[in-house]
Design a binder for this molecule. Structure first.
Ligand SMILES: *Cc1c(COP(=O)(O)O)cnc(C)c1O
Length: 467
């Protein structure tokens, strides 16, 4: 049994075992360099004229890839959601069903459009919006469902479509994390009434900066999005400077489009490589007790944008340890071995400081402050899980992921020691040398940030005594 790096033993992943070319993202090749230089030499940077330039070509290629007639390129994924909701003409104050676990933009974009995000709990395995919770949240004011394909796994779209049709709701896909994922025989982006993608450098289809894409089969929605991304002006011919509606400026630039077109040409091949690498990692971790791995139902594919790992104290034989305390100790231990796991979303969306007071938006849910019991699954998941990001996006990350699996195995071999440390961190060890503050009991609101470093120093003190 190897001594934990956290206790002064050797790290599993040493720096020389993490070559940048195997873990960096996005991967930049000569194709990207040449494409970007070609744009610079062309002198045409912002053209959105039909049929010309990298922007229009990216739109055409992405629409073909997704399998829809229309695509509009925009400045980023958040703007894409705002534009999609604006184009759909939802009434101010209308309620939009949003999963309680997502990136802030899934809720901020509707709020910015003066819509009321109404949060629905998630499924504990897929982490996507629970269609039962969504059905229960529908009111006379509900006008849209935001189907966020979180971490790259498509939502249960059949159930959401039935719900949307029953109540006449717009079905929006937030596919910022799911480029190339498939549901049954269709691509993400072709499943809702309108779909939005991010091209942020961290996403599976990245650009060298910020960008976004919108797909739809509705010509009317497409035309409205196009007007709204460019001052409400028709820019298809000679510029008239006449605006038919009040709108901002959310166009994509040609350099961004050229870069993404290179990435798109490699998306299928790199998805296949990533799928193989990730499945090999997950297969190695499958038998570790108390560890819930990301999974993918047989009727869909997973883009594996983020890998989320849940740690269950009860299954590790320590039900008395609060999940955040165990998670913190495992995070420290895994990071010490060289595996860069971290929480993704510290709290459910409705617990975000910016959203706690959304009573201002008139939502029926917000007559009182948010409570954990409102979204118990999202609360549990944000308390007991850690994520791996970016590394595994690189198609050459296989060897590094295999070392990550070694690190998980080492941690599990040393689990009894780590459980002692976690008990101490949670104040459950009577002989602990000092009294660390206990993490919040399960009914308190989740802490907005990780416990401060002070906690770690205490753990180290305990750890040294144990060693
Ligand atoms: C990244 C992301 C967005 C926002 O995309 P940006 O391009 O960063 O604005 C929206 N929704 C989800 C789920 C995301 O992960």
């Amino acid at each position: 049994m190897g001594k934990l790096a956290m206790l002064g033993g050797p790290r599993v992943l040493t720096v020389d075992q993490i070559p940048p070319q195997q873990v960096c993202w996005p991967v930049v090749t000569d194709a990207e360099r040449e494409s970007v230089l070609r744009v610079l030499d062309s002198g045409s940077f912002t053209s959105v004229a039909k049929g010309h330039g990298d922007i229009a070509l990216l739109e055409k290629e992405w629409a073909e890839f997704v399998g829809v007639p229309y695509c509009a390129a925009v400045s980023n994924g958040t703007a894409a959601i705002e534009l999609a909701l604006a184009a759909a003409g939802l009434e101010p104050g209308a309620e939009v069903l949003v999963p309680a676990l997502s990136f802030i933009a899934s809720a901020a974009a509707p709020a910015q459009r003066r819509l009321s995000p109404v949060f629905c709990d998630i499924d504990p395995v897929s982490y996507n919006i629970s269609h039962e919770a969504a059905a229960a949240a529908v009111t006379a004011r509900t006008q849209a469902i935001m189907a966020v394909h979180l971490h790259g796994l498509p939502c249960d779209m059949d159930a959401l479509r039935v719900l949307a049709d029953r109540h006449g709701l717009l079905l929006v896909e937030d596919a910022a994390q799911a480029h190339g994922a498939r549901y049954q025989d269709r691509n993400v982006g072709a499943l809702g009434d309108i779909a939005t993608f991010s091209l942020n450098a961290s996403k599976n289809l990245p650009t060298c900066g910020e960008g976004g894409l919108i797909t739809t089969s509705s010509e009317k929605l497409l035309q409205d999005v196009v007007l709204r991304r460019q001052f409400g002006e028709d820019l298809s011919g000679e510029r008239t400077y006449l605006s038919s509606l009040l709108a901002g400026n959310e166009k994509l630039s040609a350099v961004q489009a050229a870069f993404t077109r290179c990435q798109l040409s490699r998306l299928p091949g790199w998805h296949a490589a990533r799928d193989k690498n990730v499945r090999a990692l997950l297969a190695r971790l499958a038998d570790l007790p108390g560890l819930q791995l990301p999974s993918c139902p047989a009727d869909r594919t997973h883009a594996w944008h983020i890998l989320r790992f849940r740690f269950t104290p009860a299954a590790l034989g320590c039900p008395e340890i609060p999940a955040p305390a165990l998670r913190l100790v495992l995070q420290r231990a895994l990071r010490a071995e060289g595996v860069p796991l971290r929480p993704y979303q510290p709290v459910p969306l409705p617990a975000q400081p910016a959203l706690r007071h959304q009573a201002d938006h008139g939502s029926s849910q917000a007559a009182r402050p948010w409570r954990r019991e409102d979204h118990p699954v999202a609360s549990a998941v944000t308390d007991d899980s850690l994520t791996l990001q970016r590394w595994h996006l690189n198609p050459a990350s296989g060897p590094v992921l295999s070392r990550c699996a070694d690190a998980f195995e080492k941690i599990w071999e040393n689990m009894s020691t780590l459980i002692l440390v976690a008990r101490s961190a949670a104040g459950l060890l009577p002989s602990a040398p000092s009294a660390p503050s206990a993490p919040s009991p399960p009914t308190a609101p989740a802490p907005p940030t990780l416990p401060a470093n002070r906690g770690w120093k205490l753990e180290r003190g305990v750890a040294r005594e144990l060693a």
